[in-house]
Design a protein around this ligand. Structure first.
Ligand SMILES: [Zn+2]
Length: 337
């Protein structure tokens, strides 16, 4: 069993008082060597690779704004750019492509792209939500061009992966599931978002404080039938540590132990359906302690450890989500278990 990772910290992609900052990795960076995983070198993504997902005009526009107007804000989230952000974003996407290639060519069993800026809000024609290019979507396309026929993306960042959903609305070879807090940025991700793609585009909007117990039900009752129905050959996971209960910008309720169990479950699904082929891709997570613990939890699962805990249980009472989960299952026609 071999796990590899890329680490792109983009130290010059930084803006005053912005939560998506290099300091997110301050506690993680010194711990990286303690994980039983091998760092692999990253090449920047090419413009052709970015164009798997994004309109060439967006690529030129991002480059131009970074060259001529940075530092500055480019959307209301707010998403910022600095003079280095174009190169940083190419390297972040390259970090996911490199991990994907390592898994596809058998160099590694699984991989984790620890990168920033994140990607899952970036839509084909616009950068948004702290994201410039949609790293996971580009890598999923890369997998399709390298022989995969069906790829699933499971996104459990606290926010809806609107950009990834937009990239694959009409792509039958990619399935997308997003579990996220309902009612926060970007405002999309309701159950009925994609009626043309039932079972293939699945949204799981959750109320505030949904935590380990709720996510466990979501895995059993939605992740599993979603993967069973689509039978992917490879799984990507957009993992954001902002669903941790103490994240400063959201209100979900996962603990580090919950993150570990989630990673274990998606690993098990990859074992069952994809010969173990899975790539984790970092999205959000704005508390450096949670990022360091969460990455540790993913590596523990990826390298086959039995447990990982940071003793940080959710202090809030979890809401009852049974009827919401039943509604989602019914909408998609997932069979009773
Ligand atoms: Zn997020």
């Amino acid at each position: 069993m071999k796990t590899v990772y890329t680490f792109i910290s983009s130290p010059n992609h930084v803006y005053p008082d912005h939560p998506e900052r290099p300091g997110r990795f301050d506690l993680l960076a010194p711990r990286l060597k303690s994980f039983e995983a091998e760092l692999i070198q990253t090449k920047p993504a090419t413009r052709e690779e970015i164009a798997y997902v994004h309109h060439p005009q967006l690529v030129s526009a991002v480059e131009k704004v970074c060259r001529e107007q940075a530092p500055g804000i480019i959307d209301y989230a707010p998403t910022y750019v600095t003079p280095s952000s174009f190169e940083d974003a190419l390297l972040a996407a390259g970090g996911v492509i490199t991990c994907t290639q390592a898994v596809l060519n058998g160099e590694a069993n699984n991989a984790f792209a620890i990168i920033r800026p994140p990607g899952h809000h970036a839509e084909p024609e616009r950068a948004m939500g702290f994201c410039i290019f949609n790293n996971v979507a580009i890598a999923a396309r890369q997998a399709l061009t390298n022989g995969m026929e069906r790829v699933a993306i499971i996104d459990y960042d606290a926010h809806h992966g609107n950009g990834t959903q937009a990239a694959f609305l009409d792509e039958e070879r990619v399935a997308f599931l997003s579990a996220h807090q309902w009612g926060i940025y970007p405002g999309t991700g309701w159950i009925e978002d994609a009626p043309q793609a039932k079972k293939r585009i699945v949204n799981v909007p959750l109320p505030a404080y949904a935590g380990d117990k709720v996510y466990e039900q979501v895995v059993e009752k939605i992740f599993i039938p979603f993967v069973e129905a689509f039978k992917p050959q490879m799984i990507f996971v957009s993992v954001g540590f902002d669903a941790h209960w103490s994240d400063p910008i959201t209100m979900l309720g996962l603990s580090t132990a919950g993150y570990f169990r989630l990673a274990k479950k998606v690993m098990a699904l990859a074992e069952e359906y994809c010969d173990g082929k899975i790539v984790f891709v970092l999205e959000g997570g704005y508390d450096p302690t949670n990022v360091a613990n969460g990455v540790g939890a993913v590596f523990a699962a990826a390298t086959g450890k039995g447990e990982f805990d940071a003793n940080d249980p959710n202090p809030h009472k979890e809401p009852d989500c049974e009827s919401r989960i039943a509604e989602i299952r019914q909408w998609h026609g997932f069979q009773p278990q």
